[in-house]
Design a protein around this ligand. Structure first.
Ligand SMILES: Cc1cc2nc3c(=O)[nH]c(=O)nc-3n(C[C@H](O)[C@H](O)[C@H](O)COP(=O)(O)OP(=O)(O)OC[C@H]3O[C@@H](n4cnc5c(N)ncnc54)[C@H](O)[C@@H]3O)c2cc1C
Length: 385
């Protein structure tokens, strides 16, 4: 497939930036579980994290297809876009449903890097994937909302100035449809951390800066509400499609990294007097992963195009995420196998990328839930829940 010069230019620009952040940089951050702030700053300075912000607000006004290429190339270069990807997909809800006042207030400052919008608070410990059962509540009190509850897995919260939060504003028993009564808020975290909001880091198997967050009578101005009260679930769903497509693109980048790494190693490593890659038992898994990745990549591009054309890419975004996360995980496993014992040595970066790639069949939505969506909503099978 030949790409436009515009896309090729984006790839070259991202690659040039990523050269300054080699494996040694990521290994150090990984072992210290430290936030890669220098990398995020460099992405911001180069304008990549403002790709989806319209030019009128200081961004570059690119499409989701372009943004997907940025994220893919970051991963294919061996870097970890999970440190920054949320800014791109959270943006979607603000762009589509935020008021002109909110856009004027935040978007130009996000574009310059003065503010980071990196925290997305949806998941909760008790509701799990059943988002509509979430328990965090926001109660209107004059010109303010008072928020109580808890979120979990709110990644990058310690390194973000703003957070997009989903909370219940009308009790579930009082709404006609269970998708009603949830609202989205754009919260200036600088004003509430230590003042109703407590952030606790969670250490995970990879360097992901994720946290749990407690809300204890946290007061925010009513102007933080995005769009209409009670319609938040619909707003979030649109952002989730963007999230799934961008993360699927990251998985494609990871798969490309693993395939290249495995191919290079298989060509160089000599055992029994010849390159291990001469053995079809070593070649074929690499070739199979390549075919799997290419097929998934087509679906990612298709989903992004449907999104950019203003359609509802629910099925396409889910399939892109399903196929791409499976392709990257298969490639990760193949890459370790190709490297033999060296696949476990830190200095090869394979084990680090392997740990990082494992996340995406679980988050931001797990494989089972995607299959259930396709079975029930696309194929019309009976509902299981
Ligand atoms: C490192 C990390 C970062 C994250 N970052 C964020 C973030 O920034 N913001 C945020 O809001 N969330 C975030 N998440 C949360 C993530 O989206 C959820 O972990 C994910 O959606 C799965 O939900 P759960 O963990 O509650 O699993 P559960 O819902 O408890 O599910 C557990 C398992 O059961 C399966 N399962 C559940 N119900 C069914 C069913 N009906 N049929 C078949 N199988 C079922 C699931 O597929 C899964 O495999 C993050 C998670 C991780 C681990």
């Amino acid at each position: 497939m030949t790409e436009s010069e515009n896309i090729a230019e984006i790839r070259r620009a991202v690659q040039a930036l990523c050269v300054d952040f080699p494996g040694t940089y990521w290994r150090e951050k990984d072992s210290a579980r430290a936030y890669p702030g220098e990398f995020v700053d460099a992405l911001t300075k180069a304008g990549f994290l403002a790709a989806l912000i319209p030019e009128a607000y200081g961004g570059s006004g690119l499409t989701l297809s372009d943004a997907a290429i940025i994220m893919e190339e970051i991963q294919a270069s061996g870097c970890n876009g999970a440190s920054a990807h949320a800014q791109m997909y959270i943006m979607n809800t603000l762009l589509k449903y935020g008021s002109e006042e909110q856009k004027q207030e935040y978007l130009p400052r996000i574009a310059t890097g003065e503010l980071r919008l990196q925290a997305f608070g949806v998941s909760e410990p008790t509701s799990g994937t059943d988002t509509l059962s979430l328990r965090t509540v926001a109660v209107r009190d004059g010109d303010e909302y008072v928020i109580n509850g808890q979120k979990i897995w709110t990644s990058r919260a310690e390194y973000s100035d703003l957070m997009l939060l989903l909370a219940r504003t009308t009790p579930r028993e009082e709404v006609s449809s269970k998708t009603e009564g949830l609202s989205v808020f754009l919260i200036d975290m600088r004003k509430v951390v230590g003042n109703g909001m407590t952030i606790k880091p969670i250490r995970t198997m990879m360097n992901h800066s994720t946290t749990e967050i407690f809300f204890d009578d946290m007061r925010i101005p009513a102007s933080a509400l995005v769009g209409e009260e009670g319609k938040g679930f619909r707003y979030i769903l649109s952002g989730m499609n963007a999230e799934r497509i961008l993360i699927a693109a990251e998985c494609i980048g990871d798969a490309k990294w693993f395939i290249k790494k495995a191919g290079d190693y298989a060509s160089e490593r000599k055992v029994f007097g010849r390159a291990i890659g001469q053995n079809q038992g070593v070649q074929f898994p690499i070739a199979r992963c390549y075919a799997q990745m290419c097929a998934a990549e087509l679906m990612v591009h298709h989903a992004a195009r449907v999104f950019d054309a203003g359609g509802n890419p629910g099925a396409e975004a889910n399939m892109a995420k399903l196929l791409a996360s499976e392709a990257s995980w298969a490639a990760a496993d193949m890459c370790v196998q190709t490297h033999g014992g060296f696949g476990f040595a830190e200095e090869y970066d394979v084990e680090r990328k392997f740990r990082e790639a494992r996340l995406y069949t679980v988050a931001p939505i797990s494989t089972n839930l995607i299959l259930s969506y396709l079975a029930e909503h696309v194929l019309g099978l009976p509902r299981s829940y």
